[in-house]
Design a protein around this ligand. Structure first.
Ligand code: NAP
Length: 264
């Protein structure tokens, strides 16, 4: 019997989530990796296995409650416990002013960014109570900053951040935090650079374009390291907090525990 922690990571097929998986594999965590079915997800799974990982791949759309419950069931069947849930899967779209926003797209954003974390948290709650485990919700600066044409995303992330605070109240044995990962060089930023100039205020669209041009986007392995550390070590006394990825209380500890260089 192994005692290595078991962590479910959603949105593990690329970007921040894939790096959370790589960091956690470095310390031998057993991982359930979730995203919609894709070659990318299979590839990350193979990469982790090739690095001696113990990994379960569960393709699932987190907007679907029964798919989320299936993730939890399969994890418990394979590993027998859950120590942490990292709700990282997220989408930006629709990028559209409220007047023009298609209701179905708005609804879908809320389903993926907010309902998905709820379904997975609720499904994992008894296992997390048993393990006195952790829920790490990947939120955004958009949870507190209103951004024109991002109504669904801002609303969902504000909801996710506040959901985390309530979770901390409801479940005193579980450590629940939300985190702002910074402005990160992933597919989501590519989309912002593509869609932004058509519709976002020019200052803001240019801000994102210039961060990329000037090499100032955060590489995904950096916030992923803080998230991975929190999944294993976040102390109960911070439960409910909305954290920055570079919070000085944890940034150095994450660096010291997991390493200063990306695990590849
Ligand atoms: N990049 C940034 O600057 C930034 C800033 C603030 C917050 N964030 C947050 O960080 C998290 C990770 O984003 P990222 O930047 O790494 O973006 P990304 O590269 O676009 O990755 C998003 C991940 O979510 C998965 N996903 C999307 N829809 C899904 C669904 N319905 N069901 C299951 N998985 C789904 C994607 O996989 P599939 O498409 O294969 O399903 C992918 O693995 C998100 O919650 C995002 O809001 C990012």
């Amino acid at each position: 019997m192994t005692n290595e922690p078991v962590v479910i990571i959603t949105g593990a097929s690329r970007g921040i989530g894939a790096w959370v998986a790589r960091w956690l594999n470095e310390v031998n965590a057993r991982l359930t990796l979730v995203a919609r079915a894709s070659k990318d997800l299979e590839n990350i799974g193979r990469e982790i296995e090739a690095n001696k990982g113990n990994v379960l791949i569960v393709p699932a759309d987190v907007a679907d409650s029964s798919a989320c419950l299936n993730v939890v069931e399969k994890t418990l069947k394979k590993f027998g416990r859950i120590d942490a849930l990292v709700n990282n899967a997220g989408i930006l779209e629709p990028v559209s002013h409220i007047a023009d926003c298609k209701p179905e797209q708005f609804r879908h954003n809320i389903l993926v960014n907010l309902l998905g974390p709820f379904y997975l948290t609720q499904g994992s709650i008894s296992a997390l109570r048993k393990s006195q485990g952790r829920v790490i919700n990947v939120s955004s600066g958009a949870a507190t900053k209103p951004i024109a044409a991002w109504s669904a995303y801002c609303t969902a992330k504000a909801g996710l951040t506040h959901f985390t605070r309530v979770l901390a109240q409801d479940e005193p044995q579980i450590t629940a935090v939300s985190i702002r990962p910074g402005v990160v060089d992933t597919h989501m930023q590519e989309l912002i650079r593509q869609k932004g100039p058509e519709i976002m205020p020019p200052d803001l669209a240019n801000y994102f374009i210039n961060l990329k041009k000037e090499g100032k986007l955060e590489p995904p392995w950096v916030p992923a390291r803080t998230i991975a550390w929190l999944a294993l070590k976040a102390p109960l006394e911070i439960s409910g907090e909305f954290l920055d990825y570079d919070d000085p209380r944890f940034f150095k500890q994450a660096n010291d525990f997991l390493g200063a260089q990306p695990p590849i």
